[in-house]
Design a protein. Sequence first.
Length: 253
Amino acid sequence: MKISPMAGDIVICTRGANIGCIGVLEGSLKRNYDTQLVCFNANAYRDENSVSCSGGPAFHILTCNLKYTGIERERSFWKFKNNLARAGNSERYALSVKIWEYQAEEPHDIFQDTDVETVLSLFESNDVPPSTLDEPIGSGDGEYYLYRGDYKVFPHPFSRKPMGQYVQDTMAKKIWSAYSRFQIMSVTEHDEPVGCGYKVTSGDGYAFKDNAEFSAFVDAYSLEVRDGYWPNQKLVVPNQNVSEWRKLHWVKQ
């Protein structure tokens, strides 16, 4: 029996601009489509008639270009209780749905083609190994800065008392998360300091005092830097191979 894509099924992009994205097919549950909308809004509405995401990034796709993977996963949906559309009357539930693979005609500018199993593995186990994320605060007088290689992870020092506490490298989590979602980290180099004196900034919420600090950051996590799409922009390719990262260590103030 031929298996056809249905509204509510999962679509995983393994090639092209949307590589690594996990979407859901919108539309009526009572028909098949030649062209169907794939939406990447995780908050999908589903009742007995249709599936709708009500916004979010989306694009139309030829269903003949979808490849059935033979894999099913539970997906979260929501609906109105007793079909009464009113505030505070929603409920969440999960259904097992089929997973389809989509490969765009053109490859991604940076990331190589991947496969559904890899995307699912990254999505379902998006955790940095604690051994490379947490650094225990030992005993000792004074205050210490946490470094990874020559990069100062935090701008402020920590007291090494009491023992048993840990300091977590939050930047490592950002890099791991970006890799897991096939995201490029974009930074802008400024001729003059901006904000609180930063010459390299990013829209992702981190900044660097100068190029030396940025270079230390790149070296600490073994990142790849490429030229951007406009002057003064750099693209930072995340690296999830933690064995290539510099070790965390403390430096006394």
